[in-house]
Design a protein around this ligand. Structure first.
Ligand SMILES: [Zn+2]
Length: 114
């Protein structure tokens, strides 16, 4: 996996873009990405923002802190770096995601929240 710092910048970059789309953000992109916010302050900034994508990225930051960002929550295997680059908020490895979409596809009336 990329360094923790690089992943953090990747996630923060996506978060910043989402925040900009919906809210005015009182800091520049660079100061946001360079972590002038502590994790705690970031929690505060995000506390009153809503949106599934923002929530997911926020949780991804927590998992990055825990060191579990690249661990599939289903099989505990590694989520590939390429997959994380595309979507750092993903929680399943490629294999589990395939199985899940299979399950979801067969139970359209009971969509699984992933
Ligand atoms: Zn998996």
């Amino acid at each position: 996996m990329k360094s923790k710092r690089a992943m953090r910048r990747l996630i923060l970059g996506k978060l910043y873009q989402l925040l900009l789309d919906q809210y005015s953000v009182p800091v520049s992109r660079e100061s946001f990405l360079d972590g002038e916010f502590t994790h705690h302050e970031l929690d505060a900034v995000l506390a009153f923002k809503s949106g599934a994508q923002i929530d997911e990225l926020h949780r991804a930051l927590d998992r990055l802190e825990d060191g579990t960002l690249d661990v599939c929550i289903s099989c505990k295997g590694r989520i590939g770096e390429d997959a994380l680059d595309l979507n750092p908020a993903r929680r399943f490895c490629v294999n589990c995601e395939k199985e899940l979409s299979h399950v979801v596809g067969h139970s359209p009336r009971f969509p699984v929240q992933v």
